[in-house]
Design a protein around this ligand. Structure first.
Ligand SMILES: [Zn+2]
Length: 105
C-alpha cells in the first residue's frame, strides 16, 4: 500500500497550524498528509506516489508526530493480509486514522 492510497479528509485538530491545513487542502501544492499512517510529506515531481517525509512543519516549525507505517503494516499483517496484494481487503478502520486514534497512538 503506497502512502496516500486511501483518501482521507483531514481536519484542523489533526494539524499543527492553520497554514498546514490550508496548504494540505491546496490542490496546487505538493504537500500531503496520509492520515492512515499519520505521515506528512512533499510529493516528488516524477509523477509517482513517492514522498519525502516531513519531520517538522515548514510553516510553524513544530515537530510532527512520528509516522505509524510500521505499526500499520504489523497490524494488517496480523490479520493475515498483505499490505500490497490484499489492499482491497483491508478493513475500513485501517483505511483511515480511526485505528490509531482508537488505539491512542
Ligand atoms: Zn504547523
Amino acid at each position: 500500500m503506497p502512502p496516500g492510497t486511501f483518501e482521507v479528509e483531514t481536519t484542523a485538530e489533526d494539524q499543527c497550524c492553520e497554514l498546514m491545513l490550508q496548504n494540505l487542502r491546496a490542490d496546487d501544492l505538493p504537500v500531503v498528509y496520509d492520515a492512515t499512517i499519520r505521515e506528512w510529506g512533499i510529493r516528488y515531481l516524477d509523477g509517482g506516489s513517492s514522498i519525502q517525509r516531513l519531520e517538522y512543519c515548514p510553516w510553524c516549525g513544530k515537530k510532527l508526530p512520528g509516522d505509524l507505517w510500521d505499526e500499520w503494516r504489523t497490524r494488517v499483517e496480523q490479520l493475515g493480509l498483505d499490505p500490497w496484494d490484499d489492499a482491497d481487503r483491508i478493513p475500513e478502520a485501517f483505511r483511515s486514522d480511526r485505528w490509531w486514534k482508537e488505539a491512542g497512538l
